[in-house]
Design a protein around this ligand. Structure first.
Ligand SMILES: [Zn+2]
Ligand SMILES: [Zn+2]
Length: 370
């Protein structure tokens, strides 16, 4: 009798798990433009939380050190969102291709079909991780490649940097490369949430969710920086998302399980087959960030962090190894600093910014295009 009961319970729980719907809400490119955001990301987070949901924010690390965010509001919002159980996913570094200057990709140049070498991709991803760690206090475990453009070098760098999950197009719910597990997004609704399309998109989103729940066993709703759209200021995005989640809750009841990207991916993948080491703590070292903008004309800003005080030199060299400009040669305290490099008198070409202090030195490449 008890055995039969256990058997029935087992059957019931199997049926239950088949019917359940894991629901991920991914918001990419938050604060992607230089405009002001009186509303911030929190109203969206609250609309989702009220329905039991969680948000995964795909954040471009470089945004955190751009002028509009130097007041610290975005970092503060991101820190509080993590504390509330939401997730920060690393979205490239600056979302601009260093080779062609387009903002539609970063890890792999689609316009020139150029594969960035390992060192370049490692540098971008490492700087992004450091920025997130410094500004938000977290080391991301998931990665969203800008424009969904990545290659096997990107994957290897991610694995070498302790990332476990990626969310990009292509095969989903499986390891896309060695131990790097992909959970692909489903439809994106950003540009469709307008007063005119409000109802029709709500209906089609629900139909899509039903279909993907059956075929994939999860749904990843994608929005693309809703905060800079007029519809966010008018609360249309908030109402639409809220109404959609209300409908999902009404239809699936307690079978819907809201998860962040990494939580959902981990639940599908199960325990790691290999070692599950803690994320390595990268020792503090002097850090020279990618100049912004780059390529540039005629001025670019070079940002860096010193971990101790001392005479600090920042110089620009040309390809022949000649110093063409000394930007800085003075005593600086430990911390973040920046200097502008003005190159009106220099010809177009590749230059190197070399930063030296005490026993440290580091450099990066910048491109002047006139
Ligand atoms: Zn490119
Ligand atoms: Zn993006």
């Amino acid at each position: 009798m008890i055995r039969t009961l256990l058997f029935l319970l087992l059957i019931a729980s199997t049926l239950f798990s088949q019917d359940s719907l894991i629901f991920v809400i991914r918001v990419d490119d938050i604060y992607s433009r230089n405009v002001t955001y009186p509303a911030g990301i929190i109203p969206f987070q609250q609309a989702v939380e009220q329905r039991g949901g969680k948000v995964t924010w795909a954040v471009m690390p470089h945004r955190l050190i751009e002028n509009m965010n130097l007041n610290g509001n975005l970092s503060a919002e991101l820190r509080s969102t993590i504390a509330a159980g939401h997730e920060i996913s690393q979205h490239g570094y600056i979302h601009i291709c260093q080779r062609c200057g387009q903002s539609s990709h970063e890890m792999y140049c689609t316009t020139q079909a150029y594969h960035y070498p390992y060192q370049d991709q490692m540098e971008l991803i490492r700087q992004g991780m450091e920025l997130l760690r410094d500004s938000v206090g977290t080391a991301p475990v998931s990665f969203v490649p800008p424009g969904h453009q990545a290659d096997s070098v990107t994957f290897q760098v991610l694995l070498d940097s302790s990332f476990q999950f990626i969310s990009t197009t292509g095969p989903t719910k499986q390891s896309i490369y060695k131990n790097l597990y992909n959970l692909a997004p489903h439809n994106e609704y950003t540009w469709q949430i307008t007063p005119d399309q409000y109802q029709s998109r709500l209906t089609s989103a629900l139909a899509d969710i039903r279909a993907k729940a059956q075929t994939n066993g999860y749904y990843c709703l994608l929005l693309h920086d809703p905060f800079i759209r007029p519809a966010y200021q008018d609360s249309i995005v908030l109402r639409w998302t809220g109404e959609l989640l209300d409908s999902v809750n009404a239809e699936y009841g307690n079978k819907v399980r809201y998860r962040t990207l990494s939580e959902a991916a981990a639940s599908f993948r199960g325990p790691l087959s290999g070692s599950s080491e803690e994320i390595a703590i990268v020792p503090d070292e002097m850090l020279l960030l990618q100049s912004y903008p780059n390529p540039f004309n005629p001025e670019t800003r070079i940002r860096f962090r010193t971990t101790e005080a001392g005479i600090t030199q920042l110089s620009i060299y040309n390809l022949a190894g000649q110093e063409v400009k000394s930007i800085l040669n003075e005593h600086l305290p430990a911390g973040w600093h920046h200097r502008n490099f003005h190159a009106a008198e220099l010809p177009s070409g590749i230059y190197f910014a070399l930063l030296r202090q005490n026993r440290f030195s580091t450099y990066h490449k910048i491109l002047l295009i006139k």
